[in-house]
Design a protein around this ligand. Structure first.
Ligand code: SF4
Length: 272
């Protein structure tokens, strides 16, 4: 869901407002969209609701209302520009924020995905989907492709004091800045080595099975290996952490799964 990136973007956005706008938020859709972490939906929503700008606010609920109102047969996500243009054409100059919120409420409560309550809808005299008796056919969605599967390996290295080798991910990219156990070089586009040939050190690596984690755009399968009683050495690539402190580390769920696969008792929970 991108919560980690949201927190980083929130901070970057606050810094940009302080540094580039003397601490005052821009009040136009374009100005807001130029800020870190603010996209089409948020810039339009803030411009309309907070600053009374004539901006077309399109979330999933509004997409449904608009595609039904105009019987837009192009599939999402390709239909988004056409939906935005239609929404802009009916957004009034007067009280655009109220209009935006009313459209979102209409989609959430009346123009629902299944069995919309068209009898109560203020658009029921103009709605092309209702005229065709097929409101539930809209919005048309492109058929979903299966998520690609990426492979890799994770290494649970324990020293002779029972501490685990951890390292910090690069600040940019997926899970940026978070803590991890050493893994091979997998990315969302490229497989990493899924054997122990690329282990971070020579050791008697024991295979512990595989874990699967589903990210937004791909599924990751990590082969998990464990080695015990290693002699801890200073490393540029990480640090040795007592297992008792694991709950205090910024470990993403995929890393908690890998650790729990090798050491079931290490974490109280794999949620998070
Ligand atoms: S008339 Fe029915 S399908 Fe059309 S916008 Fe209203 S609730 Fe949705």
């Amino acid at each position: 869901l991108g919560y980690y990136a949201r927190a980083r973007n929130l901070k970057k956005c606050a810094e940009a407002v302080a540094a580039q706008h003397a601490g005052v938020f821009p009040d136009t859709e374009e100005g807001l969209r130029a800020l870190p972490g603010i996209g089409d939906y948020t810039s339009a929503a803030v411009a309309a609701i907070a600053f009374n700008r004539q901006a077309a606010v399109v979330d999933g609920n509004v997409e449904r209302v608009i595609t039904r109102l105009y019987a837009i047969t192009d599939a999402l996500p390709g239909a988004k520009p056409a939906i935005k243009a239609k929404a802009a054409a009916i957004t009034p100059k007067d009280r655009p924020g109220d209009f935006a919120q009313a459209m979102m409420d209409l989609g959430a409560t009346i123009c629902t995905p299944k069995r919309p309550t068209c009898a109560l809808c203020p658009f029921n005299g103009h709605c092309l989907a209702l005229k065709s008796h097929e409101p539930e056919h809209f919005p048309v969605k492109a058929s979903k492709k299966a998520k690609p599967v990426r492979l890799g390996a994770a290494f649970i290295a324990l020293d002779n004091k029972g501490r685990i080798l951890l390292r910090k991910r690069e600040n940019k990219g997926l899970l940026g800045g978070m803590t991890e156990v050493p893994t091979t070089e997998w990315t969302s586009r490229v497989d990493g080595d899924h054997t122990d040939a690329s282990a971070p050190m020579q050791a008697d690596w024991q295979a512990c099975g595989t874990i699967t984690h589903v990210f937004t755009h791909f599924e990751l399968r990590l082969s998990v290996f464990r080695a015990d009683n290693l002699v801890a050495h200073a490393s540029n690539h990480g640090w040795w952490e007592p297992l008792a402190n694991l709950d205090e580390q910024a470990l993403p769920t995929v890393m908690k799964k890998a650790i729990s696969q090798a050491i079931p008792e290490a974490l109280k929970s794999t949620k998070g």
